[in-house]
Design a binder for this molecule. Structure first.
Ligand code: KG4
Ligand code: ZN
Length: 340
């Protein structure tokens, strides 16, 4: 059994081949960072144009590294949404073309569920029920998984995502794109309590997130304290802001633990690469005496191995029987697929 995964939801063109036991035979990720960096954020049209130029090479490379021909692929898995519509359509159309030509089953995969899968791929024995926090550039969502493949969204951001807030502040300060890793690097050695930020809270006590207030407070702090690229207090400011984002992200998870009967906690998505967030998440899980998992850094950001792995699980869950590839599969830009 060989699964080919394709992921083009945002600004990474990725293809991966997995074996039948979920082993990653190849996972090729082509970043578009240098294309979007001058703009300080992803430019959707440029992202889709780049995907269409590179998708064939990336898929070919993934097959070559796995020493597999297209005729040896038994299943195709592709990201269906959420993401940038133009980007999603490139991967989806490419996967459909292959499924049609090679008469192979095709499974559509939700991108946020795939991020959760990245943690399970490396920690297959994690106990359920689980609470999973997806923190990325486009999403900040909290899921409750009663059992494998059952996803209930219990909180999501009402405005910016956590990664987006980091990216926007980095852009404002002229630090480069993507902002998360730059902020992490420049914050090192800074004092986290140098600049106070109050924790965002929903007035209705829901588990939803909001980062726009934190972003506005950060912009005001930058102006009031005249913080700029060469400024002496830059590390202190960035450490304080990074800590505020980490605190906001984990605050809701802490509350969710008391509301849901979870046995384990999952942290995933691009922002889960952040060392401060990983350390504080681990501290929370240990304090709650819960099992926990986060993907290794390269599986936190967008990649097709997680897409292929979830596609394989979904395919197996369908049970035996003739499988007709759903060539009517369409992309969805915003909302997650309904719970299955
Ligand atoms: O999951 P991802 O690759 O794409 C989306 O699905 O959005 O996440 C990208 C996000 C960006 O906002 C980037 O700034 C953030 O992940 N990120 C980080 C770090 N590495 C990437 N944020 C904080 N610390 C990092 N080390
Ligand atoms: Zn993502």
């Amino acid at each position: 059994m060989r699964v080919l995964g394709i992921e083009t939801s945002c600004d990474e063109t990725s293809a991966a081949v997995l074996g039948g036991e979920g082993e990653v035979l190849s996972n090729v990720v082509l970043s578009q960072d240098e294309i979007h960096a001058p703009y300080g954020g992803v430019v959707p049209e440029l992202a889709s144009r780049r995907h269409i130029e590179t998708i064939d090479t990336v898929v070919r490379e993934a097959l070559d590294r796995a020493r597999a021909g297209l005729d040896q692929i038994d299943l195709l898995a592709v990201t269906q949404g959420p993401g940038l519509i133009g980007s999603l359509l490139v991967g989806l159309s490419f996967a459909k073309g292959l499924a049609y030509y090679f008469k192979k089953p095709l499974i559509g995969v939700d991108h946020l569920q795939a991020h959760i899968e990245a943690a399970l791929l490396e920690n297959p024995g994690l106990p359920f029920p689980a609470l999973a926090l997806v923190v990325s550039g486009g999403h900040t969502s909290l899921f409750f998984l009663e059992k494998p493949l059952s996803y209930e969204v219990i909180g999501r951001t009402r405005d910016d995502a956590a990664g987006e807030a980091l990216d926007k502040i980095a852009k404002f300060l002229g630090l480069g794109y993507p902002g998360g890793p730059v902020i992490e690097k420049r914050a090192s050695g800074g004092k986290v309590k140098a600049f106070p930020f109050s924790a965002p809270r929903m007035s209705d006590r829901s588990l939803d997130y909001s980062f726009s207030g934190l972003k506005t407070a950060a912009l005001k702090t930058i102006r009031d304290n005249k913080i700029s690229k060469g400024s002496r207090r830059m590390a202190d400011f960035l450490a304080s802001f990074e800590q505020a984002v980490v605190g906001a992200v984990l605050d809701n998870l802490g509350r969710a633990v008391s509301e849901r009967p979870a046995q384990s906690l999952i942290l995933c998505g691009g922002v889960a690469r952040n060392k401060r967030l990983r350390a504080e998440f681990e501290k929370l899980a240990r304090a709650e005496r819960l099992a926990f998992a986060f993907p290794s850094p390269k599986l936190c950001t967008d990649n097709a191995a997680m897409t292929a792995s979830l596609g394989l699980k979904k395919f197996r869950a369908l049970g035996p029987g003739p499988f007709v590839p759903d060539l009517g599969l369409n992309a969805y830009p915003r909302v997650s697929a309904p719970a299955e």
